[in-house]
Design a protein around this ligand. Structure first.
Ligand SMILES: NC(=O)c1ccc[n+]([C@@H]2O[C@H](COP(=O)([O-])OP(=O)(O)OC[C@H]3O[C@@H](n4cnc5c(N)ncnc54)[C@H](OP(=O)(O)O)[C@@H]3O)[C@@H](O)[C@H]2O)c1
Length: 268
């Protein structure tokens, strides 16, 4: 990949690395010679991903932690900085979706989804940021969703948690331009991952079904390559998807048309 050698020997921390988009990013970056810190809440899943890196597995370190429990994140980050001396790239990919109507969703579940998608993401970001500011160098990405740009049935807390990330990360960028901290918000549409399988229903139990739209989405490998191109080009927003991405522009330019189309989309 053109320009991709900017990642060689860099320390890249990826959350959500045990599955889907995060996992695919691990394989791409491992192939580009990066030193990788990979996180999720599943130690066994992370070990599997590390082993899949073959001859590059020695460059991969597994650091499992639960995004919904931020109590130890400061120490976890400080340890990686001690071990590596720096974090060059932090890619916040980990997240969880939802499949429940608003009136069925108990408040604890709204909070849980926010804890993982929003507070988990900003917690590791806030812990890494001071180290990047002191070096005047660093890159941080968050992963939103097209439903982080508009509401969508059965995803009230998910959509809201992703919309919140836009506010946080735009502010992060504006506050830190002079510190040479670059940021992006990744905006996936449909990517063929486990996201709908792991989405939480009104009881907080995994939905366990592959959405029809998901099944025809981009492959995670293709999504990872689009994301890496976006990072290389230093894009503020990185859209990742197929024709569903036109909804972003329709929502912005013709909101009335968006609501007509969204009314007709089968929401599962
Ligand atoms: N796929 C899509 O179509 C799509 C569309 C829009 C946005 N996104 C976003 O893209 C990101 C990646 O999702 P994906 O599609 O790759 O889904 P995925 O295959 O389900 O992967 C989600 C990742 O997040 C991790 N995760 C979930 N809950 C966690 C927790 N409490 N603590 C730590 N890690 C946790 C999972 O790890 P463990 O479960 O192993 O801990 C897994 O590695 C998410 O932020 C998602 O919202 C995806």
């Amino acid at each position: 990949m053109k320009n991709s050698n900017i990642f060689k020997d860099k320390v890249i921390w990826i959350t959500g690395a045990s599955s889907g988009i995060g996992e695919a990013l691990v394989y791409e970056f491992a192939g580009l010679g990066a030193r990788l810190v990979i996180s999720s809440n599943e130690p066994a899943g992370l070990e599997r991903v590390k082993n899949n890196c073959g001859k590059n597995a020695g460059m991969v370190k597994c650091v499992p932690f639960d995004l919904s429990d931020t109590s130890e994140i400061g120490e976890i980050v400080a340890k990686q900085v001690r071990d590596y001396g720096q974090i060059d790239f932090l890619l916040n990919i980990g997240g969880i979706s939802q499949r429940a109507r608003i009136e069925e969703t108990p408040l604890w579940l709204d909070r849980k989804i926010f804890e993982i998608n929003y507070f988990g993401t900003i917690s590791i970001t806030k812990a890494v940021l001071p180290f990047m500011i002191s070096r005047k160098s660093g890159y941080i990405a968050a992963t939103s969703s097209i439903t982080g740009r508009f509401g969508f049935p059965l995803r009230s807390a998910y959509s809201a948690s992703k919309q919140a990330l836009h506010g946080f990360f735009e502010t992060l960028y504006l506050e830190n331009k002079t510190s040479n901290i670059r940021t992006s918000v990744i905006i996936p549409g449909r990517v063929r991952t486990q996201i709908s399988m792991h989405a939480l229903d009104a009881r907080g139990i995994e939905h366990g079904k592959m959405d029809e739209g998901q099944a025809i989405g981009l492959t995670p490998a293709k999504a990872a390559r689009i994301i890496i191109r976006g990072i290389v080009k230093n894009k503020r927003e990185i859209p990742v998807g197929k024709k569903e991405m036109t909804l972003l522009y329709i929502r912005r330019i013709w909101p009335w048309l968006f609501f007509r189309i969204a009314d007709k989309i089968k929401s599962t």
